[in-house]
Design a protein around this ligand. Structure first.
Ligand code: FE2
Ligand code: FE2
Length: 135
């Protein structure tokens, strides 16, 4: 999974957080390939949820600051995404094969990348617009 500047939203904090998700996911995939146990994926998943909650909070603060007109929709998307990522912890607890563990990681990643590519890209022009105004 490779970060690309095409995914940048133009806010340093948010772009750093988005990029860090890519790094963390790549690290856990590498660990799984070299035989890391379920506990490793579970601890990744726990940290990931904490980072995701912090990211959603920071992103919603940004959206409020730039008066993003679709704020409520975006916040609802965050809540739904958090619910589906959190629900994976039950699957993880019962996973007993590498295939299942990889599937959980893949589902987590897919949900996040889809959100970044579809929803986060929609607020990008409001972030750059607010920057232009402050110059
Ligand atoms: Fe985001
Ligand atoms: Fe978002």
């Amino acid at each position: 999974m490779t970060w690309t500047d095409a995914l940048a939203v133009g806010d340093d904090l948010i772009d750093t957080q988005h990029r860090a998700f890519f790094d963390e996911v790549n690290a856990v995939v590498t660990a799984l390939r070299s035989g890391a146990p379920r506990q490793h994926v579970q601890s990744f998943h726990r940290d990931f949820i904490i980072a995701l909650a912090r990211h959603f909070r920071d992103e919603e603060l940004l959206l409020a600051r730039v008066n993003y007109p679709d704020y409520d929709h975006h916040q609802a998307e965050h809540r739904a995404l958090m619910a589906s990522v959190s629900a994976l912890s039950e699957i993880l607890a019962g996973a007993d094969s590498h295939g299942e563990l990889l599937m959980v990681v893949r589902n987590t990643v897919t949900a996040l990348v889809e959100h970044m590519a579809l929803e986060d890209m929609r607020y990008r022009r409001y972030v750059s617009g607010s920057r232009a105004e402050s110059w």
